[in-house]
Design a protein around this ligand. Structure first.
Ligand code: NAD
Length: 504
């Protein structure tokens, strides 16, 4: 396993200087009714590489959520509801352009806040912009329908926004996740109140500030704060007509309960424990790289991580050998370095969770590589963990069944097709799945049999805004992305126009 060569104090100095650069011109805090909210108790936003605060962010409270919801309704009823589709589309494009003018600034914030390698942070910021552009375009082509109903009835459908919608996002790809929700919601004509994750609000706050003068005040509101106060207030708010949540299954279920009390619809993007089936004819070079990308991208802090490799007996040894090599080839280091391929986990709490699972795994299966924190003293202040691989894992073990959300791969084997499918589907989750094979018919048959909302064949991703994204079973329901997400932010109305006989 490689690591960057800078020493710890050089990394710390460089980060402190980047903290100043990234935050110099901006007062972070809530963005409510087109204004910065910069009072309130402050929370230090930790840089997971050096364990120091990047900047203090004033936190919103329940009163701010009320204020944001009121502002959103005023904006909605004060004109946003009547804005033409063309107007909404143009404003979304303008916002996307404003973000594009600040890609490096947003990338730096994302990199510092999440500890994500800078190339990945840049890719996600660009992905956020692409998502906004997709919805700015798609909404222009979106339309209702006419229902053939006979000569005396003109029957058609229209789509209307909900009004004010609430959105709650996680810490693992903050701006991209926010764009997945804001893009379709704003395009559909809603006003939004979005709560970023407590640990990683910076890029989203800055992106909201960059919308100044583009959307009418109150159309886009961001309320940073804790999940238990601000998140819960968004989930339970009487005047929020729809809630879209991305996060853990446990918290998501609580959000559903809160929304159910007022019969508000919800979209749930939740956890995963995604399998990748490697068939005997797989091109191992392609497939090892796909599975390794799938579990090690973003230090494994990604909901659709391929955390379970299910490999045919006949190729298991070769796959395992190559996979361990791929794991060990990662360069752990300062995420600001372009050569770094794996940064730290995003928080100390997550480091504790992941290392806890690794310790449990040592008693459940055979550890092949990793299994600890890196020896490089330059990284000792950060929340780093080595890419880790276990073999001999079964579905009834803790590491084989629970979402770890870190760079920990489990490898298990199968003998025949039915066993592969049974192992893959034997989980409470159903977010993503993967298939490694060169056989077209096997691809289609397996894609049919996998009980998951996403199927990747011979690769991991790329995730595109054009296609719906979301899981089955306890991975959630409803979709982010694609035209489906636009529909989820709209209500359909059927209009029956009875036509009289012409009297001429
Ligand atoms: P989390 O559930 O702890 O938090 C998600 C968001 O909910 C955060 O903004 C948090 O502050 C807020 N929250 C916490 N308690 C709340 C409450 N009581 N009421 C309302 N909101 C509350 O999840 P996380 O740790 O931020 O993210 C990791 C999880 O998210 C993993 O399980 C991962 O699989 C999942 N995830 C899923 C997807 C997907 O698309 N399916 C994408 C990313 C992450």
């Amino acid at each position: 396993m490689g690591s960057s060569h800078a020493d710890g104090s050089a990394i710390a100095e460089r980060h402190r200087s980047k903290h100043r650069e990234a935050t110099a011109d901006t007062a972070f805090g809530g963005w409510i009714d087109g204004e910065r909210r910069t009072d309130g108790p402050e929370r230090g936003i930790e840089d997971p590489v050096i364990g120091e605060s990047i900047v203090e962010v004033p936190q919103c409270d329940i009163g701010d959520v009320d204020g944001a919801v009121d502002a959103a309704w005023s904006a909605f009823e004060g004109g946003w509801t009547d804005a033409s589709v063309r107007d909404r589309s143009k404003r979304l494009f303008e916002w996307a352009d404003a973000l594009a003018d600040h890609v490096e600034e947003l990338t730096l914030l994302e990199c510092l806040d999440c500890g994500k390698p800078i190339s990945q942070a840049r890719g996600e910021v660009e992905g956020a912009i692409d998502t906004l552009e997709f919805y700015a375009s798609a909404v222009r082509a979106h339309r209702g329908s006419e229902v053939p109903a006979g000569d005396d009835l003109h029957l058609y459908t229209t789509q209307e926004p909900y009004g004010v919608v609430g959105q709650i996002v996680p810490w693992n790809y903050p701006l991209w996740a926010a764009a997945w929700k804001l893009g379709p919601a704003l395009a559909a004509g809603n006003a939004c109140v979005l709560k970023p994750a407590s640990d990683t609000p910076l890029s989203t706050i800055r992106a909201a500030q960059l919308s100044e003068g583009i959307f009418p005040d109150g159309v886009l509101n961001v309320v940073p704060g804790s999940g238990s106060d601000v998140g819960q207030a968004v989930a339970a708010h009487e005047d929020i007509r729809k809630v879209s949540f991305t996060g853990s299954t446990g918290v998501g279920s609580g959000v559903m309960h809160a929304a159910a009390d007022r019969v508000a619809p919800v979209t749930m993007e939740l956890g995963g424990k995604s399998p990748f089936i490697v068939f005997p004819d797989a091109d191992l070079e392609k497939v090892v790289s796909a599975v390794a990308d799938g579990i090690f991208y973003s230090t494994g802090e990604i909901c659709d991580a391929f955390s379970r490799a299910i490999v045919h007996d006949s190729v298991a040894d070769e796959f395992t050998e190559r996979f361990v090599e791929a794991a060990e080839s990662h360069v752990l280091g300062d995420p600001l370095d372009e050569v770094t391929t794996m940064g730290p986990l995003t928080s100390g709490e997550q480091l504790e969770t992941v290392t806890g699972y690794i310790e449990t795994g040592k008693g459940e299966a055979e550890l092949l590589c990793g299994g600890g924190t890196p020896g490089n003293p330059a990284l000792s202040a950060g929340h780093y963990v080595e890419p880790t691989v276990f073999r001999g894992v079964t579905n009834d073990t803790t590491i084989g069944s629970e979402e770890i959300f870190g760079p920990v791969q489990t490898i298990q084997t199968f003998e025949d097709y039915d066993e592969a499918i049974e192992l893959a589907n034997d989980t409470q989750y159903g977010l993503a799945s993967g298939i490694g094979t060169e056989s077209t018919s096997l691809v289609h048959r397996t894609a049919d049999d996998l009980d998951a909302g996403l199927v990747y064949v011979n690769e991991y991703g790329p995730i595109m805004p054009d296609a719906p994204y979301g899981g089955f079973k306890q991975s959630g329901f409803g979709k982010d992305l694609g035209l489906e997400a636009l529909e989820h932010y709209q209500r359909t109305k059927s209009v029956y126009v009875n036509l009289d006989e012409p009297e001429l």
